[in-house]
Design a binder for this molecule. Structure first.
Ligand SMILES: Nc1ncnc2c1ncn2[C@@H]1O[C@H](COP(=O)(O)OP(=O)(O)OP(=O)(O)O)[C@@H](O)[C@H]1O
Length: 351
């Protein structure tokens, strides 16, 4: 809804040769309130149409190449059990182990629109629930006339729902990725959502400050087990209202299937990639462990290799795990470990 503010045109008194009578009239007008003629520019769309448009906009795309092994299905089954029991599910696990893909895949299976929030230090409660859109219109009179006139009119127009309000109002599935990156105070609104089934809109005026949470509302939150120990430890009261499912790196066979699905590599090559990454994962510190994502990246890098470039498998692996390196010495140590991993896998495969 756009508003047009109309108000008496202001003109510079002296520069326009008006009669004294016109000046008097203009001056008196200046003391009048600004006449705000609000015309809505668009005919109000009915709420149902608006909702359908919102739902189409939010429908989460299918997770491509999603691999379901017995191990994946077991975790999915636990997630659905708790979500159907009415509890939010908190997936905790190391970087790149598959939390987000799992959350998206399970969310899709409820057939409800999925709204997505990425946790961040700068997120406020308003980012979660919404706020008023407002038009501010300021008109300032000429400075060199004694009757300087300054007018400012701020109009609060309509409340705009943000993802959490939409999910609670219409029963969408909420995925709150890396939620522990958000400051705990901003996440306080979730306490009554998860317990009393009520979303309070503390910044909203009037009677509809509360949303009764829709029975189809579900929430899946993810956080990074490594960062979890670091950035913002969520308040116990919030953790107490969720079910926690710790998702570590997948087993060998699942990871192999995922790499083959994403890269199209032959099984024997994919096996070597997974074995090299798992060799490194077993020997690197938690914060440096390569995840499933690293397996896929190495696999895709291998596919792009051509003999003439002189780039070898070792360099591909080093480039993928170098991101979390903080010194030349550390890089050299990793280079040695990569060569050790490749040799060990070569030996193991009798290659
Ligand atoms: N079951 C699966 N089927 C296919 N691909 C998967 C599966 N699980 C994870 N992946 C792939 O592995 C990579 C890492 O998965 P994902 O991004 O879900 O991990 P994450 O734990 O959410 O990572 P982060 O902590 O960085 O958010 C992605 O490329 C994803 O597509």
């Amino acid at each position: 809804m756009r508003y047009v503010v109309t108000h008496p045109r202001r003109v510079r008194g002296e520069s326009v040769h008006q009669t004294s009578w016109e000046k008097k009239l203009l001056l008196s007008k200046e003391r009048e309130e600004i006449q705000v003629k609000v015309q809505s520019q668009t005919a109000a769309r009915d709420p149902e149409t608006l909702r359908k448009e919102i739902e189409e906009a939010f429908l989460m795309p299918e997770v491509e190449h999603f691999v379901e092994t017995p191990e994946v299905r077991e975790t999915e089954a636990r997630m659905k059990l708790w979500l159907d029991a009415g509890y939010p599910v908190h997936l905790i696990g190391p970087t790149g182990c598959g939390k987000t893909s799992l959350a998206m895949h399970v969310a899709r299976q409820f057939g409800r629109p999925v709204v997505w929030i990425n946790g961040d230090e700068s997120i406020t409660t308003a980012d979660l629930i919404g706020g008023y859109s407002q038009i501010e219109n300021e008109s300032v009179r000429d400075k060199y006339i004694h009757n300087v006139f300054k007018s400012k009119d701020v109009m609060k127009v309509e409340w705009v729902d943000n993802p959490l309000s939409l999910a609670c109002k219409y029963g969408y599935t909420l995925i709150y990725n890396e939620f522990s990156r958000t400051k705990p105070a901003a996440n306080n609104v979730f306490l009554s959502v998860f317990e009393e089934g009520v979303l309070e809109l503390p910044t909203k005026f009037g009677e509809d400050r509360y949303i009764r949470v829709h029975p189809e509302f579900r929430a899946i939150l993810t956080s990074n087990s490594i960062e979890y120990a670091g950035i913002h430890r969520p308040q116990d009261a919030l953790l107490d209202r969720m079910v926690g499912i710790y998702t570590d790196y997948y087993g060998y066979e699942t990871e192999l299937r995922i790499v083959m699905e994403h890269t199209g590599l032959e099984e024997d090559v994919a096996r070597r990639v997974v074995e090299i990454v798992r060799y490194l994962r077993d020997r690197l510190p938690d914060a440096q462990k390569p995840g499933t994502r690293a397996c896929i990246m190495i696999g895709k890098g291998l596919k792009m290799l051509n003999r003439s470039s002189g780039i070898g498998l070792d360099q591909i692996c080093i480039d993928v795990i170098a991101n979390k390196t903080s010194s030349k010495k550390e890089m050299e140590e990793k280079r040695e470990l990569v060569c050790e991993a490749i040799a060990a896998v070569q030996e193991g495969s009798g290659g």
